[in-house]
Design a protein around this ligand. Structure first.
Ligand code: ZN
Ligand code: FE
Ligand code: FE
Ligand code: ZN
Length: 267
């Protein structure tokens, strides 16, 4: 696999390792590009409510940016990209647009981690699944995902069926949700992320599910790939499987970014 476009750093409060440690593993594993995509500060919450174990603080964002940028031209054998993983929360688009416009990001990955304030991918909030219906959760999640893609704020949609992380599966076939999301992605001009963290979660499956990736392929949605590493050892993890899945779905290239402009690498 030539690139890993989704790695975190110690700054988010729940990952280990500084950027140079991630970069060292990426070089050792022969990647052509590594893209940092650490969690954006929790801009949509009042300051006092921001859990420092979920994302970096406001004042750390400029430090993150300069730290990654400083690694960009250190080694000739690998390209370093400055990305960010940004939560989409309806009603907070303007604040997010302002932050994203302040820094020279190579790409922005849009994520849904909250449904009405419930952090459904947070192991500490697992109890939330008990009082909710999987079909309704899938509907709510995919509605928000479509809204996020259509917002124009993002280049890439992260782990697009994250709602399955802890094994939540709908009783009804999610195929129509996949189709609708893929159509919205295509119209919005966003990429879909093939994220291997699902293999390490109870879901035990890459995000997106094969049927979802096939739908994206039918609609001509480009893809990026990432491990969602939260430890340097996870850089590149599962990416061979991701490539196998991509080829099976008919993909021949992956998208890469500089300065929020997209180009393609052949697989
Ligand atoms: Zn994280
Ligand atoms: Fe995420
Ligand atoms: Fe992530
Ligand atoms: Zn992530």
């Amino acid at each position: 696999m030539p690139v890993d476009y989704h790695v975190h750093t110690y700054r988010c409060g729940h990952a280990e390792g500084d950027p140079s440690a991630y970069l060292a593993v990426a070089r050792a594993r022969g990647l052509r590009e590594i893209g940092f995509a650490d969690h954006i500060p929790l801009y949509f919450l009042p300051r006092a409510a921001r859990d420092p174990s979920l994302a970096m603080a406001d004042e750390d964002l400029p430090r993150y940016v300069s730290e990654i940028n400083a690694l960009k031209n250190v080694y000739p054998d690998i390209a370093v990209r400055l990305g960010i993983e940004a939560d989409y929360v309806p009603g907070h688009e303007k604040e997010l647009a302002h932050i994203l416009g302040t820094y020279p990001f190579d790409y922005v990955i849009g994520s849904i981690h909250y449904l009405d304030g419930w952090g459904f991918d947070n192991p500490e909030q697992l109890a939330g699944y008990e009082e909710r219906d999987p079909d309704e959760l899938y509907r709510a999640y995919f509605t928000l995902l479509g809204q996020a893609a259509a917002s124009g704020l993002f280049d890439i949609m992260a782990h697009p069926d994250l709602i399955k992380k802890f094994g939540c599966r709908p009783a009804t076939d999610p195929a129509p949700l996949y189709e609708t999301a893929a159509a919205i992605f295509a119209r919005a001009g966003v990429c879909v992320e093939v994220n291997t963290a699902g293999l390490r979660a109870p879901a035990a499956e890459i995000y997106p599910a094969p049927a979802f990736l096939y739908a994206c392929r039918r609609f001509g949605v480009p893809v990026t790939v990432g491990s969602d590493a939260h430890h340097p050892e996870q850089v590149g993890a599962g990416l061979e499987e991701a490539v196998a899945l991509l080829k099976e779905a008919g993909y021949r290239s992956i998208a890469v970014f500089t300065g929020r402009r997209r180009s393609f690498l052949y697989l």
